[in-house]
Design a protein around this ligand. Sequence first.
Ligand SMILES: Cc1cc2nc3c(=O)[nH]c(=O)nc-3n(C[C@H](O)[C@H](O)[C@H](O)COP(=O)(O)OP(=O)(O)OC[C@H]3O[C@@H](n4cnc5c(N)ncnc54)[C@H](O)[C@@H]3O)c2cc1C
Length: 478
Amino acid sequence: MTKTAATRQVLLEAFTERLGADAVVSDPGELVVYECDGSTLHDATPALVVFPRGTDQVADVVRTCVAAGVPFVARGAGTGLSGGAMARDAGVIIALNRMHRILSIDPLRRRAEVEPGVANLAVTRAAAPHGLAYAPDPSSQAVCTIGGNVAHNSGGPHTLKTGVTVNHVLGLELVLTDGSVVEVGGPERPGYDLLALLTGSEGTFGIVTRITLNLVRRPQAVATALAAFATIDAASRAVSGIIAAGIIPAALELMDDVVVDALAAAFGFRFPEGAGALLLVEIDGPEAGLDEELDAVAAHCTEHGSLHIRLAADETERAEIWKARKQAFGALGRIARNYYTQDGVIPRTRLPEMLARIREIGARHGLRVANVFHAGDGNLHPCILFDDRDEAERARVLEAGREILAACLELGGSLSGEHGIGVEKREAMADMFAPPDLLLMRRLREQLDPTGLCNPGKVLPLGARCGELSATGRQVVL
Ligand SMILES: Cc1cc2nc3c(=O)[nH]c(=O)nc-3n(C[C@H](O)[C@H](O)[C@H](O)COP(=O)(O)OP(=O)(O)OC[C@H]3O[C@@H](n4cnc5c(N)ncnc54)[C@H](O)[C@@H]3O)c2cc1C
């Protein structure tokens, strides 16, 4: 037996004894399920998957892995799109799915206390009877977990107005890599803002085991509209016009011609003749003044050449409009065997220029690209359609993805809006950050995870690209 196999056997026996046989997956056939997250372009087989039921068990698993020198990684629903929840180096996956309780809803203080494995939508459903909701609403909200949302600082269609996860997390319980359990944050606690440091840290600083969330009051009134445009450029200009006029909609979502065709082909949606782009606009707030704001939005759409604007007359029509947006990814699945979803950010005003760059990159690599994205935030999601059985095409897809991100940086944007860096974009971090910036991040990581075993190989570039200290500890070498 090799050393690795022997270590795996020791861990298997320890976890089976302490967590129970039904809390450990070791069968190679079952481990395949945990090889990747939503981005199938990056995969690795874990040594084991364990399902702890509480903080003590998480801490025990972490201590056992560290003692054995085996890497470990937290996993929620595995809907991440940057390879973050994948176990590199035959590590152990700590799946939080059995820690899915909503521990309390406090309507007076507008707070919820939850375990990390609870689905995002379940929190809003539990808060709804009190007229409250959990604001960040990733499109994957029916399944993605709050733990994963915290790790990725997730956003969603409505975070244009209400902010992303970091704006709604009030406190965290975290298992550190020495197995100790710390509590961070809470509005009544002074000191460093460690909550902001931990939110978005992609599971590299420890395992989140409990979260206190802020709940928001449901808006008194909501109005939803779907505007059709001949081109995505015209729709993008309408987006800039709306925001420039001082209107902050609850959501501003754009879909291009490839998505329009896919939705029609897959689900029979009917859109106005000549529609090459759809802009979903939602505004909410007090009843008074909502109609005026909606009229102003419609005027901006008309000014920028919209072909037709459909206003939802009631809740059923509103749901229908959202259905088009929410089924966009599913529709793409009907026209291509695979798609690679990129996640870059650019200044909103440069949307037309960036979309032209995406078209050019796709055409040069002989690839079709569909765009469905949070336009109000300038958060793009170009979906590159491909067939993963074709190795050459797969390589072109990765190269096109890199070029799209490079274009985002060139236009003054960022590598990620909400999907995180994971394994996918870690090397590109050196294109965005200066060596001292990367070095600071690395030092922080070494402080919070001196073992180097907590989700290794993610977020920071490997080796020399991440900055190395000279013997004096001062000079940065790249
Ligand atoms: C169809 C689709 C639509 C999507 N739409 C959106 C969207 O609108 N907005 C958006 O932001 N994202 C979106 N995503 C991406 C994804 O859903 C989010 O990143 C989500 O937050 C991941 O949650 P998860 O539970 O699936 O996490 P996983 O994929 O399991 O893990 C993601 C990362 O979180 C870490 N992690 C998980 N749990 C913990 C924990 N308890 N403690 C520490 N680290 C942890 C993992 O190690 C990993 O690094 C979408 C994905 C899909 C497939």
